[in-house]
Design a protein around this ligand. Sequence first.
Ligand code: ZN
Length: 420
Amino acid sequence: MRKILYFLLIVFCIIGVSLVNNERVHAAAPSATIKITTKETEVFDETLQKKLITLSKATPVIVLSEADGWTEIQYKTVIGYIPSEYLKSASPQYMLVQAKEEPLVRVTNNLQSEIKGKLHLNTIVELYGSATADFVFVKYGKLAGFVNQQALVKPVSKAMIVKSSADLVVREIASSSSQEIGVLRKNSPVTMLTNLKGWAFVTTDKLSGYVLTNGLITPPVEKEKPVKPVTPKPATDKKIALTFDDGPHPKVTKQILKTLEKYDAKATFFVVGQEVKEHPEILKAVYNAGHEIGNHTFNHEKLTTLQPEDIKQQIQSTDAIIKSTIGQRATVFRPPYGSYDETITDQLNVPNVLWTIDTLDWKHRDSKKTVLAVKEGAKNGSIVLMHDIHQTTADALDEILATLQKQGYEFVTVSELLGK
Ligand code: ZN
């Protein structure tokens, strides 16, 4: 019994000493180290017996210490232990802080949670994990926590060169008292992501951090090549407007966006209000890709059969949901079934747009027939009617774009075609 007691005493002494040591390590820690879970992992308390929480794969955590195959981590307000083998270093995305006010860094992804600090505007922070959630996990020097994603934008990079007069010290944050993380040699090329108050954030393939801006110069302009006459791009007289009705659709519209992007083509999407309500993120993707958004009523009703009040409701509620989703109203209108009269057009603030080529894609649901209808009908100024709710239409698009592009067509929005 006494032996066991002595043994326990020794064990506690060791734990005590190691705790004190850890404390000291924390105090001196120059920087938060972030690691990412490699699989779904449980976090244990200090006895390594009790499970505190489960972290899903690819969760960023703050590393506090490491010993004997266990890593002490902090995730939000939880401090505990994870087997070190379930963690790996992560390469962050660099993001520029750009907001009206200095954004707050919080302990958890919750507006009510404790504030750890503020990010200075125009600094570059490291972003770990997904860049699309409302709150994202970032690190700036010792400061690590959750920040509103909207305060971050992708930085614009600029090529620079370290001055030939001296090597340049790279620091962790924009402060001369901050941790030194390396040195950039004279004349070495770097990529600059921000330049604020005398400090620039630079990256090379080996090193990233802050340097004094006055240690950098813009690269000398390359020797001018013999002057070649500039051939202006011939103004195309072959423009065509592809239009897609009845979406947004989570699968078909996405595929269409990809294909349009491949050919650098712009199109117009006449969306239905109730589908926008179901799939707002798809409408955002369409709009953000530079396509035009048209109003195609809320429930796809034949407007000529409705009372004036209901017509108004169909048009205005769709305008409202488009505006609340992308921040802008529809710039064109198309009545379902192409069916309209003066009562309807009187209600419109935007052009009422029909079509010149009807692919009948909704009827035959045959990619080959859709391709053929466009090929046969295409001429300068055509407006092509298709539907981004049928897989066969999405499948036809690649060939349509490839063929017409070869023939010299440019794919523009309806408003561009109409010169609005
Ligand atoms: Zn329709």
